[in-house]
Write a protein that binds this ligand. Sequence first.
Ligand code: NAP
Length: 291
Amino acid sequence: MAATLIKGSEISKQIKEELKKEISELKEKHNLIPGLATVLVGEDEASKVYVGAKEKACKDLGIHSERIDLPAGTKEEELLALVEKLNKDPKIHGILVQLPLPKHINDTNVLYAIEPNKDVDGFHPVNVGKMVLGEPTFLPCTPHGILELLKRSSTETKGAEVVVVGRSNIVGKPIANMLLQKKRGNATVTICHTGTKDIASHTKRADILIVAVGKPKAITSDMVKDGVVVIDVGVNRLETGLVGDVDFETVKEKAKAITPVPGGVGPMTITMLMYNTVQSAKMAAGIKVEL
Ligand code: NAP
């Protein structure tokens, strides 16, 4: 039985349509335009592409976008001063500093300087703490996108055995945390990493398998059970094109549903950034939000 595809490209379109409607209502009823500032330091080509895609998404949805490009030699104090200025700017509801930063700048100092109410990436420790406690806050965009993929593909998480492979701060740890919370997933969650003794013994138990390791074919069909739902977060650039972390061709024969790469988790990340920016604008205007 070949798996159903969980198409992030289509689900993200649906969410963007919902956001477009919400944004035009905010403008009409409250004269409110959500604003996102993106800050790029240096000439990293991949970062330029990501920042460009974020700007385009803002434009498509009617979000005010300010892009600030700084030279690679920018001093940390200069970047911190810019963040401080954006923290105070009422037109800006979300601040995104594109990582990686040049080596002479401390990422942590910069991310911690962003006002938590404008931290639409959900990386500030105040927001990470709230997320872990299950309090309303900006959820980090990639794991938030995974929650939406599960919800909108009618994948039941309550009581499910979820196995997450990878424990990064931006994907593995937050998605594991969210799914174990009663209100966000209510699942039984196992996390695997390079210290796990027998990864297959865990992945074979998974009803939902989430893989974020950054290695092609890290998960093969002998490591999964029939009927598993697979979320492949990996993005690996091979000569033949983009592939995920899961051996898609063989695993799809056993899975009930699977995300393709590209077109699975990828498109959700920017969409959830737009979602957080809209929620931030509403919060700033004292309008009720769903976080
Ligand atoms: P990361 O920071 O490099 O973390 C990788 C994690 O995987 C680490 O916890 C590592 O374990 C674990 N790991 C590596 N090899 C493993 C193996 N063979 N078996 C078990 N665990 C293994 O990566 P990341 O930032 O989470 O990203 C992971 C992948 O997702 C990358 O391909 C990245 O490009 C992609 N990604 C995609 C999006 C998107 O929007 N689609 C967003 C973010 C990331 P240790 O902790 O023990 O080292």
